[in-house]
Design a protein around this ligand. Structure first.
Ligand code: PEP
Length: 255
């Protein structure tokens, strides 16, 4: 049985004060014994404050939205894996479609980041997903397979087991247009099949695959009830502590 994992991707939102207020409210709503892994992924500037707030929580962990693959040096504006570890970060979102499209991240770059994350014992949340044009052209499987093979190249089975995959159809991110449970389930089943081809079935059966794209309290339960959907990566709805807590609880009900 795969434990559900629900992550809050705040993107470029939330000051330090807003982070503090959010977590004060959110931690009142969720218990440590929910049986669900929760990851809060604030902007870099709020990691230290969030880490303080989460220090005593065993269910709620800290994640970062990106990192450099280089260890250190002359990379102005970048953040290394060691810097994240220093702030008690456990997860790092890599290859988000906004990074791929707005900041030119290729599968090759994402692969270097995934490897650097594992070297530092950070668990990557690797995002993959097709655009609307690719879906309309019946290229979903081809796009997912290319992204998975490219981004996961050279990983050991142990590293794959410590990797979370987030299936995020680009057309569903921030648009209010959620994938149907059937569309999401079909993509997740294909991702698992591809993981089995990359490693083996035993590894594929254990890797957690999140769905992301306009997840809200009113659609979370149905999505999380699909056999291959093991969690959610939530953008917009994760900015409200009540709404995000409801999504987390939807993960518990379907356990
Ligand atoms: C995301 O940013 O990863 C995301 C899924 O955003 P939203 O939930 O707002 O669609």
């Amino acid at each position: 049985m795969r434990k559900k994992i629900i992550a809050a991707n705040w993107k470029m939102n939330m000051t330090v004060g807003e982070t503090d207020a959010f977590l004060e409210n959110f931690l009142l709503e969720v218990n440590d014994d929910l049986g669900v892994d929760v990851v809060i992924v604030p902007p870099f500037t709020s990691l230290a404050k969030a880490g303080e707030r989460l220090a005593n929580s065993s269910a709620v962990k800290l994640g970062a939205q990106n990192m450099a693959f280089q260890k250190n040096g002359a990379f102005t504006g970048e953040i290394s894996a060691a810097m994240l570890r220093d702030l008690y970060v456990r997860y790092v979102v890599l290859g988000h479609s906004e990074r791929r499209t707005l900041f030119g991240e290729t599968d090759e770059i994402v692969n270097k980041k995934v490897k650097a994350a594992h070297e530092a014992s950070l668990k990557p949340i690797l995002c993959v997903g097709e655009t609307l044009a690719e879906r309309d052209a019946n290229r979903v499987e081809e796009v997912l397979e290319t992204q998975l093979r490219g981004s996961l190249a050279g990983l050991s089975s142990k590293e794959l087991l410590e990797t979370v995959i987030a299936y995020e159809p680009v057309w569903a991110i921030g648009t209010g247009r959620v994938a149907t449970p059937e569309q999401a389930q079909a993509a997740h089943a294909f991702i698992r099949k591809t993981l089995a081809a990359i490693a083996d079935q035993a590894v594929a059966d254990k890797v957690r695959i999140q769905y992301g794209g306009s997840v809200k309290p009113d659609n979370a339960k149905t999505l999380l009830g699909q056999p291959d959907i093991d969690g959610a990566l939530v953008g917009g709805a994760s900015l409200d502590p009540r709404a995000f807590a409801e999504i987390v609880k939807a993960g518990v009900v379907t356990e």
